[in-house]
Every structure is written in C-alpha cells, then in structure tokens.
Design a protein around this ligand. Sequence first.
Ligand SMILES: Nc1ncnc2c1ncn2[C@@H]1O[C@H](COP(=O)(O)OP(=O)(O)OP(=O)(O)O)[C@@H](O)[C@H]1O
Length: 307
Amino acid sequence: MSILLAQNLSKRFGSIQALDQLELAIDKGVFFGLLGPNGAGKSTFMSVVTGFLTADSGNIQIDGETLDPSNSQQNRLVGFAPQNIALYKELSAEKNLQIFGKLFGLKGKELSRQIDYALEVAQLTDRRKSSVKAFSGGMKRRLNIAVALMHKPKILLCDEPTVGVDPQSRNAIFDTLLGLKSEGMTIVYSTHYMEEAERLCDEIGIIDAGKILRCGSPDSLLRELPRTNLITARASSLSPEQREAIEQFGEVMEQGAALQLKTPPEFKLSRFYQWTEEQGLDASEFQMEQPSLEALFLNLTGKDLRE
Ligand SMILES: Nc1ncnc2c1ncn2[C@@H]1O[C@H](COP(=O)(O)OP(=O)(O)OP(=O)(O)O)[C@@H](O)[C@H]1O
C-alpha cells in the first residue's frame, strides 16, 4: 500500500495552474525524487501534503487515511524541510531544535533524546552549542532537516535541499538522507538536478506544469528513450578507408573537426568495439552519448530541465 497517495490534485494561483490533476503514489521506505524545473509545482505539492496549502480539488491519502490538516496524529507522520530555511539565526542548533520540538509537544527526556538523535543524523552533534548565524549554508540545510525530524515522522519531504550548497555539504546532506532511508523512512526529495535524482532515488516522478509525466525507477525511465546512440570521435583519428567503413554502423555526419555517428536501434556496441580493435583504433577515442533523464525530460516536454 502507498504511504502517500495523491489523486487528481489541482491547485491554482490566479491564472497559474500550479498543480494540474496530479497523480502520484509513493510506497513505504522509498527514496522518491520529484524531478522538474523551476515552477513545475514541486513546492506547491509539498505544501499541500503538509497542510500549509489547501488544494482546490483532489484527494491525498497518508498511510491509507484521507489528509486532514486538523488531525494532529496524521500531522506527525509527515516532516517537512522547506526550501526557505526556517531557523532562529541568533540561537544555537540545540535551542532551535528545542523550540520546534516543544511546538510538537515533546518535553523532558523525550525532547532531549530527540534533540540528540536529530543532531546525530544531521552530523551536527559537535556544533550543538554554536549559533546558527555562524553556520555554512550546508549546515543550515542539515539543521533544517533535523528540525523536520523532531516529531519522528515516517515521511520526510525535502524541498530542494542542495540549492546554493557547496559539493562537500551536498554529500553530507546525501549521507544524512540515505541514513534516514536505511532506517526505513520514506523520503520525498524535490530537485531540478537530474544527477541527484539518478544518484539517490529508487523512484523518480518527472513533474512539469503541475503534472506527473512519468514515474518509475531511473533505469525504467531511461529505457523509455529512443535507442539511438550518438558516437563522437575526432575526424583525424580515422583514415579515409576507416571513415568510409564506419558507415556500416550508421549515419555519419561531420561537425567541424568532429565526426558523429548516429546509430540505429539494432546497433550492436560489441560489434562496433570489435571493429575498432580490428582496425587498431583506440576505443577511448569514441565518446558515447549516454541516455540521461535530462534527455528524457527534453523528449517529454520539449524543454530543458535547467531552463
Ligand atoms: N503563493 C503563490 N502565489 C502565486 N503563484 C504561486 C504561489 N506559489 C507558487 N506559485 C506559482 O505556481 C507555480 C508552481 O510553483 P512551485 O513553487 O510549486 O514550483 P517548484 O517546482 O517548486 O519550483 P521552484 O523550484 O522554483 O520553487 C509557479 O508558476 C509559481 O510561480
């Protein structure tokens, strides 16, 4: 059974249709990536799931029950780390967690235990007494996630947690989230970076203009791409005879100093490498275009993911 189910979900802001009959089902324990460009509706979807916004129509179920923002038991199932960091900058990491924990009704030993746990998961235990204003962007992001964990949610929604974060801090955020997944938490992670979606996610939902266009494992999504490969090499690396012979593998185009080979679906890579070997050519001379989620997105929408 899905732990998070959205059916026919729509939300409009004036003339903008932010969510457009969106359909999504996320299973328990899955690291789910919501991949789409700016303005696709990712934040709006998360805000509706957390009850900050009300949908115009449609239905959300959390762990089998229809979403009801006034149901505090249900609210406890979902943690939300919003894109705009919500922390008290003058206060320490520990104090921040204390305030948010109390808001969720934690106190005494349970509150202390949860603070220790959240700091540990966010890899901030040694900075618990430091004030947030001294934190790097990545540390603030991790504390933002720690806050979302204070009430022990089963689903964590993370809205673009790596925007504006340096590569080292990004890795620390990934470790934190993968650690949570290994504890059984369901993670919904929005991003417009396809490398992140590919690296982290068990399943990906491609979102654009408020609709989920495709959903599945990264591999199954990539299999949807037309199986035409593009192989590029320097034209000067082939003799005139080899230049002619390479046409047995597909259509050859010359682009300045580069030679591009567009291969048909029945193309056999092993046969191609056998030929390069027979010809005494260095296989590393030939660059292969890999199928990517970016290419799939372009294929589905005619748009670039990074536009
Ligand atoms: N409160 C609001 N009032 C008016 N328009 C809004 C509001 N919130 C979102 N929108 C619009 O709804 C659309 C979806 O926005 P949303 O923030 O959900 O996208 P997103 O995929 O999260 O992108 P981003 O990464 O830019 O936040 C956008 O066109 C946005 O401008």
